[in-house]
Design a protein around this ligand. Structure first.
Ligand SMILES: Nc1ncnc2c1ncn2[C@@H]1O[C@H](COP(=O)(O)OP(=O)(O)OP(=O)(O)O)[C@@H](O)[C@H]1O
Length: 322
C-alpha cells in the first residue's frame, strides 16, 4: 500500500473495522478482493473510494458476512468475524443492496414490517423507535406516503432509517448517493454527517472523489481489488506535492538551474518549466534563477490536488461530479 498503515501501537479497540489480507476469489477465477488490509478508525467517516468494478461492494459484502472470504480475516467493532457475527451484527447498520421495501406500503408501514422482523427488540416500543428513525432521516412528514411515490432520495433515506431502528455503532453504506439528484445527494450527505456527529462510525463506498472530500475524515482507495491507499484525508492533503512552474523565454537554462537545485521531475513544455519543489523554498528557486541570469516572466507554485494524487495511484481518474 502506498500511504499509511495502521499507526503502530493502535489498539484494535480503536478500529471499528480491521482486516488482514481479506481476499475473495470467485469461482470464475476472478480475484475481486485481493489481500485487503482495512483500518477504519472508530468515530471516522471512512470513504471507500474506487472506480466501478474495483471491488468495493464485494469487500463490504465480505465484511458483513454476506459472502465468505477465500482468504484473510477481519474484525468488526473489535470482534473476530464471522465467529462473533451474532453479537456484532446487531450493532451494525448496513445498506448494501437497496432493502426490499414494499412499493404499496407507506414508509412507516415498511418500517413496521422490518422492525417486527427483529426478534431482539421490544414490540411495545416499536412505534416510538419508528417515529424517531423517520424523524432522524427527515421523513416524518412523508411517513404515510406510499413507498412507490417516494423520490430516490426519500427511498435512500428510508433505507437508512431502516438501519436506525436500533442504536448502531457502525453504519456501512454501499454507494448511498448513487442515482440521487443533487437535492437527494445533499440530503443524504447531511444525514451522514449528523449521524457521524452523534458518534456513529460511518463507512460509505463511492466512486466520487468529491463526495469523499465533502463528508469523509478518512479514505481508502480501491483499485482492481487492492487497497492502494488508506489515510486520514488531512494527512493526504498535507502530503500533496508542491509543484513550481516558471515561465521563461529560456526554458533549457531554467530547467538546468532547477535540476541543479534538486527540483525533482523537471519538465519543459514550451516556455514553461515545472518541477516538484520537495522541501525547497519557492523564493530560493526564484533567487537562483535570477542569479543565473534566467529571465523569469512568471512563477507559480501549486499543490497537486487529491484527484491528481489518486490518478497517480490508480492510473485512472475518479468521477468528481456530484
Ligand atoms: N458473484 C460474482 N461472481 C463473479 N464475479 C463477481 C461477482 N461479484 C462481483 N464480481 C466481479 O468482481 C469485481 C468487483 O466487483 P464489485 O461489485 O465488488 O466492484 P465495485 O467496486 O463495488 O463496483 P461497482 O461500483 O460497479 O459495484 C467485478 O469485476 C465484478 O464483475
Amino acid at each position: 500500500m502506498t500511504v499509511l498503515d495502521t499507526p503502530p501501537g493502535q489498539a484494535p479497540g480503536g478500529l471499528a473495522i480491521s482486516s488482514q489480507g481479506l481476499t475473495k476469489r470467485f469461482r470464475s477465477g476472478q480475484v475481486a478482493v485481493d489481500g485487503v488490509d482495512l483500518a477504519v478508525p472508530t468515530g471516522s467517516v471512512y470513504g471507500f473510494l474506487g472506480p466501478n468494478g474495483s471491488g468495493k461492494t464485494t469487500t463490504i459484502r465480505l465484511l458483513l458476512g454476506l459472502l465468505r472470504p477465500t482468504g484473510g480475516s477481519h474484525r468488526i467493532l473489535g470482534e473476530a468475524m464471522p465467529d462473533r457475527s451474532a453479537s456484532v451484527l446487531p450493532r451494525v447498520g448496513a445498506l448494501v443492496e437497496g432493502p426490499a421495501f414494499h412499493p404499496y406500503l407507506s414508509g412507516v408501514d415498511n418500517l413496521r414490517r422490518i422492525d417486527a422482523a427483529d426478534r431482539t427488540v421490544d414490540p411495545a416500543t416499536a412505534a416510538a423507535r419508528i417515529e424517531v428513525a423517520l424523524e432522524r432521516v427527515g421523513l416524518a412528514h412523508a411517513a404515510g406516503k406510499r413507498y412507490r411515490h417516494y423520490s430516490l432520495g426519500m427511498r435512500q433515506r428510508l433505507g437508512i432509517a431502516a438501519t436506525l431502528l436500533r442504536p448502531r455503532e457502525l453504519l456501512v453504506l454501499d454507494e448511498p448517493t448513487n442515482g440521487l439528484d443533487p437535492q437527494g445527494t445533499r440530503e443524504v450527505r447531511a444525514l451522514l454527517l449528523e449521524l457521524a456527529a452523534a458518534g456513529t462510525t460511518v463507512v460509505l463506498s463511492t466512486h466520487l472523489l468529491s463526495e469523499v472530500q465533502q463528508v469523509c475524515t478518512h479514505v481508502g482507495v480501491m483499485h482492481r481489488g487492492r487497497l492502494v491507499a488508506q489515510a486520514p484525508l488531512d494527512e493526504l492533503a498535507a502530503r500533496s506535492v508542491a509543484r513550481a512552474a516558471v515561465r521563461t523565454p529560456e526554458p533549457a537554462r531554467a530547467s538546468q538551474v532547477l535540476a541543479g537545485l534538486g527540483v525533482a521531475d523537471v519538465r519543459v513544455d514550451g516556455d514553461a518549466v515545472s518541477g516538484d519543489l520537495r522541501s525547497l523554498a519557492p523564493e530560493a528557486v526564484v533567487a537562483a534563477l535570477v542569479h543565473a541570469g534566467v529571465p523569469v516572466r512568471g512563477f507559480e507554485v501549486r499543490s497537486a490536488d487529491l484527484e491528481e494524487m489518486f490518478v497517480e495511484l490508480t492510473g485512472e481518474g475518479f468521477d468528481v461530479s456530484g
